[in-house]
Design a protein around this ligand. Sequence first.
Ligand SMILES: *[C@@H]1O[C@H](CO)[C@@H](O)[C@H](O)[C@H]1NC(C)=O
Ligand SMILES: *[C@@H]1O[C@H](CO)[C@@H](O)[C@H](O)[C@H]1NC(C)=O
Ligand SMILES: *[C@@H]1O[C@H](CO)[C@@H](O)[C@H](O)[C@H]1NC(C)=O
Length: 374
Amino acid sequence: MALRSHYIVVLALLLSETWIEYGNSQDDIDLTKGASFIFGDSLVDAGNNNYLQTLSKADITPNGIDFKASGGTPTGRYTNGRTIGDIVGEELGEPRYALPFLAPNTTGRAILYGVNYASGGGGILNATGSIFVNRLSMDIQVDYFNITRKQIDKLLGASEARDYLHKNSIFSITIGSNDFLNNYLLPVVSMGARISQNPDTFVDDMINHLRTQLTRLYRLDARKFIVGNVGPIGCIPYQKTINQLKENECVSLPNKLAQQYNAKLKDLLQQLNENLPGSTFAYANVYDLVMEVITNYAKYGFSTASKACCGDGGQYAGVIPCGPTSTMCSDRDKHVFWDPYHPSQAANLLIAKQLLDGDQRYISPINLRQLRDL
Ligand SMILES: *[C@@H]1O[C@H](CO)[C@@H](O)[C@H](O)[C@H]1NC(C)=O
Ligand SMILES: *[C@@H]1O[C@H](CO)[C@@H](O)[C@H](O)[C@H]1NC(C)=O
Ligand SMILES: *[C@@H]1O[C@H](CO)[C@@H](O)[C@H](O)[C@H]1NC(C)=O
């Protein structure tokens, strides 16, 4: 018995070595390949929450079952395979996935290929996600980038560091869903906020905070930004299950709030494009993109856009989060949703493709490949 568990520990170490070693040759960093600095929530978390005392965790099976770089073991990603951030980085030719900021080995020249600050449960507002006890909210993610920023200065020297950030680095921000799902719409925790703030005031609060956060990143030499709007959060299996909706229905209040925020986000990014010299802010219309995939799921090769692949409870397996004892579907690529909250790798691939090469419907004023080549 003891021998066997020892063997398992050794095997686990070997597997994690393989994963950490992926593309990580410390000495021959090629600065022309570019970097991704990724901010956001569980949609793009690549393992930060593994290092937090939190109720929001994805380092449990079967998460990551289709993630090749880890051999299918969980990494802390809240999906079966790659996140949108991973896919975009790969497509842009970055030699490795952006490393989680909190991982002990995210040090030295490895950070020059990018760092990931995203955290499951995190939001634009500080109070968002407090039901999970711990998470990195956007203010803290920017504080952490400020630490990375100084490390880059040390590695490259001030002038080359500035150039590298201005020209070869893409800053992606995927945040806002939790401010609604795990703050404003939460019956118990947010009672105060919801009673004292109407939707307009709450959304304005979000936009004002985000303006400050994006401006801080700009002051730290970020220039090429892509900011995702909030997706149709009324259509996720969790919302559909607890509201006992029909297959093709979505909950209207969460979607209305998302659209209200999205309209103001688009204006904000336009203002920042005009007011912050040398910057480009691309607006990623994730809402319309995901809605299109959900509405016409069969056209994209999916068998369902309502039922979670991994989860339990109710008609859409949308109550109990994905974990070792969950029911899991056998055709993971045919589900738009991996779990009650998050898209599958197959859906992430479709979304990433549009952000990279799509037209003004889904990304404006330019797409990611054009942003990279600026
Ligand atoms: C992390 O880095 C240390 C020091 O470079 C190394 O000894 C260790 O094996 C690394 N850990 C992993 C999991 O790669
Ligand atoms: C949010 O929390 C951080 C860290 O605790 C703090 O530095 C920041 O001032 C807070 N922001 C606001 C708007 O309260
Ligand atoms: C970055 O950190 C320094 C302190 O080390 C602070 O003076 C500066 O204001 C910070 N910058 C931003 C944009 O937060």
